[in-house]
Design a protein around this ligand. Structure first.
Ligand SMILES: O=C(O)CCC(=O)C(=O)O
Ligand SMILES: [Fe+2]
Length: 366
């Protein structure tokens, strides 16, 4: 790797290094396997942990208990989505068998820990058949690469070809997708009721039909304070259902009642899923629910971290189908704060911007 810093490297030198890394087809895990003892310059983030302080001890994202009587669960979900944009979902065993998501996380780990030549056979950025395995989806556009490899799978509106899913994790991934969709349906129903809407309003707007799964692997890092697992960003979609293993590293930005912001650890909680509001739900709820920034920091843990997220999005993508603040919510007392747009306009705006910016929501603001 280059001896100068990523920021200082001439563009052509940096581009060549990125290509050489990509051409290795084995991701960050491959660097670790080759024995790197320092974070290569391409992955160095200038002062990754400077800007916002960490939360005081004891601060945590809220918990929503799905076994509570419906009105209490609705109130808890609505309050969490409004004040935090993130929550742990617990007591969801009516929807998720007890061996999930652990089985899916273990299967994803097994894929990322296959011998390098077996992984390399799957490596590529194109979503061929709805599946890809690569390191840093934004490798060529981000200012610094992150310490992360990812398998992406499309589950809707068009479903990936099952035989394209690496066999070592195929059945577990397919099964987890079905359970996570049941969880998303139930959470969307709570969030709709929290907006005073009928519980199927988001489902009727096709918000359970677009589904992208990301299976992340954050290898052990020799210099955790020099790089990041995932830069601060908001999720563009409606709702994200995230399963994480026991390693930890996810942090959520929270602004308290006094306007003070800090990063809060979303520590792994056994039996809890992490749910978060995406930009589209903030827009559809006319800012009642918040899509908040989050990131993944590296730590000195001796074990790689695995997480599996599913982004739920509208599946109806026609040029005559518009999304924006839901008409039942945006009224004369609560005028719409965003204009309407088609999904192709929304996705076009998403792919044009840098992952680490909040520009997407701003783009549609009235
Ligand atoms: O790995 C995680 O915990 C978070 C992943 C995430 O935020 C994303 O994929 O958008
Ligand atoms: Fe995210």
């Amino acid at each position: 790797m280059a001896s100068s810093s990523a920021a200082a490297a001439p563009d052509s030198g940096r581009a060549a290094l990125l290509k050489a890394f990509d051409d290795s087809r084995t991701g960050v895990r491959g660097l670790v396997e080759s024995g790197v003892s320092a974070v290569p310059d391409l992955f160095v983030h200038p002062d990754p942990y400077a800007t916002v302080p960490l939360a005081p001890p004891g601060v945590s994202i809220p918990v929503v208990d799905l076994s509570l009587p419906a009105p209490l669960a609705v109130a808890a979900a609505a309050e969490a989505a409004r004040d935090w944009g993130f929550f742990y979902l617990v007591n969801h065993e009516a929807l998720v068998p007890s061996d999930y998501p652990a089985k899916a996380l273990a299967a994803v780990r097994a894929f990322h820990e296959l011998p390098a030549t077996d992984r390399a056979a799957h490596y590529g950025r194109a979503m061929g058949g709805g599946v890809s395995y690569s390191s840093n989806v934004d490798l060529y556009s981000s200012p610094a690469a992150s310490w992360r490899d990812t398998v992406q799978l499309m589950f809707g509106p068009t479903r990936c070809e099952a035989e394209r899913i690496p066999e070592v994790c195929r059945s577990e991934i397919v099964e987890w997708e079905a359970h996570a969709a049941a969880v998303a349906r139930s959470v969307m129903a709570l969030l709709c009721e929290g907006l005073g809407l009928r519980e199927a309003a988001l489902e009727e707007a096709s918000c359970l039909e677009g589904k992208l799964m990301v299976c992340h692997y954050y290898p052990v890092c020799p210099q955790p304070d020099r790089t990041m697992g995932l830069v601060p960003h908001t999720d563009p979609g409606v709702l994200t259902v995230l399963a994480q293993d026991g390693v930890g590293g996810l942090q959520v930005k929270h602004t308290d009642k006094d306007g003070k912001s800090y990063w809060v650890d979303a520590k792994p909680v056994p039996g809890a899923l992490v749910i978060n509001v995406g930009d589209l739900l903030q827009i559809m709820s006319n800012d009642k629910y918040k899509s908040v920034e989050h990131r993944v920091v590296m730590n000195s843990c001796e074990e790689a971290r695995v997480s599996v997220g599913i982004f739920f999005n509208p599946g109806k993508r026609g040029e005559s189908v518009f999304y924006g603040p839901l008409p039942e919510i945006a009224t004369s007392e609560n005028p719409p704060k965003y204009r309407s747009f088609t999904m192709s306009e929304f996705l076009g705006a998403f792919f044009k911007r840098d992952l680490a910016s909040k520009a997407l929501i701003e783009h549609f603001k009235l």
